[in-house]
Structure formats: structure tokens, C-alpha cells
Write a protein that binds this ligand. Structure first.
Ligand code: ADP
Ligand code: MG
Length: 370
């Protein structure tokens, strides 16, 4: 006849084996490639009830960041234990296990071993989160690289085309001007020549923008006060804003250190971003111009409360000639130029946009250290 104690030991051993089995299965799931984070977490909590002393009474709930999962539709119960999921000292969420009331008798209590098991599982889950974070950063970096690479290729192509076209354009313009100087031109011819001239000038503008984008125009850098550009430079756009019912708000940090930059190119950035902002707010709104020093960088922000962009548009905005506007509204070169200028200043651009809410562009420059 077995003693009570022996039964206890066998019982405890069985429980221990269940726990180890559970941890083993979890680590197996956690290391499966190609599983989405949500799927991993959902499988992980699916395993837990079986490791409890009373599987049929137990349910498990997990909530981490925006992910909420449970093993039953109405997981919960009268008695629960829980373990926090902590990653890099940040509490990201928790796992809870519940016992519900059995048909007969009392709700059982959880054992200290079960609490320990839950904390071990929570630690495994935080490792899963860590790995998911690293993978996401990796794929974002790769996407950025691909984007940069594509832009560089387009840039080279654009530079080549710009160069080839610039010469014949100069020739067309030169001869058109010679004809225009002719005396006693028939009226119609004079008008036609004028059209040729203005079309050629327009083409030359486009080429100039392309060259700016592909960084064929080296910046002429000086110590520059961004606040001054944003306040004085924007002055010319203000009356247009007013007519369109747009309020301009300035949040310029006083005593901003200078950056090393080409004034006319920085002015160009501001104009391009501001024009886009205005075009995004045909019914009026607010443009906010901001500057700020953060660590060793200076931020220049231009944001609007306009139509915003969806992800699809957002992923293409720096590509030359990409535009969602009518032909007389846009050439699709504004942001390509902005990108080219920012890159040639060793800067960086961030964009945030939400359809119907607005868009904000942030540009980071290095602080002038000399
Ligand atoms: P363009 O203004 O000539 O179309 P850009 O290169 O300046 O070319 O902009 C490309 C596209 O990016 C625009 O056609 C528009 O769809 C989108 N975009 C840029 N800025 C904004 C903004 N502030 N709000 C909404 N959409 C914008
Ligand atoms: Mg534009």
C-alpha cells in the first residue's frame, strides 16, 4: 500500500514532467521560422492549460502591446495567477492563468510551481518579443537601403538625361531668341516664337530640378540660421496662405545653433514643402513651422492639417515625377528635389502622414561644429 507521501511524490513528479514538457514545446514554437508573432503567442498560450493541475478548469489570457489573446472565448475565472512580460526593463504586458469553478466542489488553488512555470513562460515570451523586434528593424533597414539604392539609380539616370537635354535646350533657346530679335516679324510668328521660348524655359526649369535632385549642383555651404529662413523666407508665402484660409504657426526654438548649409537650397526645401502643404489644404487649415535642437541635431519641421497620404502614396513620394496632382498643379519633382538637397547636406528626412488628418515632414541636420 502506498503511503500518502509516496502518492504526493508521484503526483509532484507528474506535474513536473508536464511543466517541462510545456516549456519544451514553447521553446520549439518560439524557434519556428516564418511564424508571425501573433501566431507564436497564440500557440504558446494554447499549450499552457495542459501543464496545469486541472487542465479542464484552466484558461489563459495574454495581452502584450496591442495583442490580446485567450484560450477560450470568455477566459477568466475566480482564481488566477499572472506573470509580467518584461523586455529591456519595460513592462510589455502579462500572461494570466485562471481556474473556473468545477461542477462540484471548490475552485482549486494554483500551486507555487504553477506560478513559477508561468514566470518561466513569460521570460520565454519576452525572448520571442526581442527576436521579433530585431527582425523588424532588419527588414526596415533593408527596405531603406533598397529605397536609397533605387533613388541613387534614378538619380544617375536623371543626371545623364539632364545633361544630354540641357545642350539642345540651350540651342533651341538661343535660336528662338535670335528669331525674336528679327525686325518686322509677322505677328503670328512673333507669338509662336514667344511660345517656343517660354516652353523651353519651362523645360530648363524641370532640368534644373532634376539636376538638384541628382545632386549635380554642389551646395554652396555657409553657417546658416534656420529660424531666419523659416521666418523671413516664408514671408512671401504668407499672403497666399491667408487667401486660402491657412493659419501659419511658428514654433522656432530661440538661440538655435547654426547649420552648415546652402541658403538658397534650404529655402527651396521650405518652399517645396510649404507648397505641398498648401495644396493639401484647399479648404484651409494650419501650417506649423518648427525648429528644435535635439542632441547634436537640428530638426526642421513643416506640418499641415491637410488631406494626408495613404501608405501607397507615401512609399513613392520621393520618386521623381511621381505625382497625384493635375498636370498644372505638380510635376512630381518637389520632394525629389527636397530629398536630393537633404542628402547633399548629410541630412535625413522623416515623414508622417495620416489620410484626412495631415502630414508632417521632419528634416534633421547636423549642428555646425566649427
Ligand atoms: P508634386 O507636388 O508636384 O505632385 P512632390 O514631389 O512635391 O510633387 O509630391 C509628390 C506627391 O506627394 C504629391 O503629388 C502628393 O500626392 C504627395 N504629397 C506631398 N506632400 C504632401 C502633403 N503635405 N500632403 C499630402 N500629400 C502630399
Ligand atoms: Mg510639390
Amino acid at each position: 500500500m502506498k503511503t500518502d507521501r509516496a502518492i504526493d511524490t508521484v503526483g509532484a513528479l507528474k506535474e513536473r514532467i508536464k511543466e517541462l514538457d510545456c516549456l519544451y514545446q514553447i521553446s520549439d514554437i518560439a524557434h519556428q521560422p516564418d511564424l508571425e508573432l501573433r501566431e507564436i503567442l497564440s500557440r504558446v498560450i494554447g499549450i499552457i492549460p495542459a501543464a496545469m493541475q486541472f487542465p479542464e478548469l484552466s484558461s489563459v489570457r495574454l495581452s502584450i502591446d496591442e495583442i490580446n489573446l485567450s484560450t477560450r472565448a470568455n477566459a477568466g475565472g475566480e482564481i488566477s495567477i499572472q506573470a509580467d512580460v518584461v523586455l529591456n526593463y519595460l513592462n510589455r504586458g502579462r500572461i494570466e492563468a485562471f481556474y473556473s469553478k468545477p461542477q462540484q466542489g471548490k475552485v482549486p488553488a494554483f500551486l507555487p510551481e504553477e506560478e513559477r512555470l508561468l514566470s518561466s513562460i513569460a521570460k520565454q515570451v519576452s525572448l520571442v518579443l526581442e527576436r521579433a523586434g530585431i527582425e523588424e528593424t532588419n527588414s526596415r533597414l533593408q527596405e531603406q537601403l533598397r529605397h536609397a539604392d533605387r533613388l541613387a539609380t534614378i538619380g544617375q539616370l536623371a543626371a545623364g538625361i539632364a545633361h544630354e537635354i540641357n545642350e539642345p535646350l540651350a540651342t533651341i533657346l538661343g535660336y528662338a531668341q535670335l528669331i525674336a530679335e528679327e525686325e518686322e516679324l509677322p505677328d503670328q510668328v512673333a507669338k509662336d516664337v514667344k511660345k517656343i521660348t517660354s516652353a523651353t524655359l519651362h523645360a530648363r526649369e524641370v532640368i534644373k530640378k532634376l539636376m538638384l535632385f541628382s545632386r549635380q549642383v554642389p551646395p554652396n555651404k555657409v553657417a546658416l540660421d534656420l529660424n531666419k529662413i523659416l521666418s523671413e523666407g516664408f514671408y512671401f508665402l504668407e499672403s497666399r496662405c491667408e487667401r486660402q484660409g491657412i493659419r501659419v504657426v511658428r514654433q522656432l526654438e530661440p538661440d538655435l545653433p547654426p547649420i552648415t548649409a546652402d541658403p538658397s537650397q534650404i529655402h527651396q526645401i521650405m518652399v517645396n514643402l510649404a507648397v505641398n502643404a498648401m495644396q493639401a489644404m484647399p479648404e484651409g487649415g494650419v501650417i506649423t513651422l518648427s525648429t528644435r535642437k535635439v542632441n547634436d541635431h537640428i530638426e526642421m519641421g513643416i506640418s499641415d492639417t491637410g488631406i494626408g497620404m495613404n501608405k501607397e502614396v507615401l512609399s513613392k513620394i520621393f520618386i521623381p515625377f511621381f505625382t497625384t496632382k493635375d498636370i498644372d498643379q505638380g510635376t512630381g519633382l518637389g520632394l525629389s528635389v527636397v530629398h536630393g538637397i537633404v542628402t547633399s547636406h548629410n541630412g535625413r528626412i522623416e515623414v508622417q502622414s495620416e489620410p484626412g488628418k495631415g502630414t508632417s515632414f521632419l528634416i534633421f541636420f547636423e549642428v555646425d561644429n566649427d
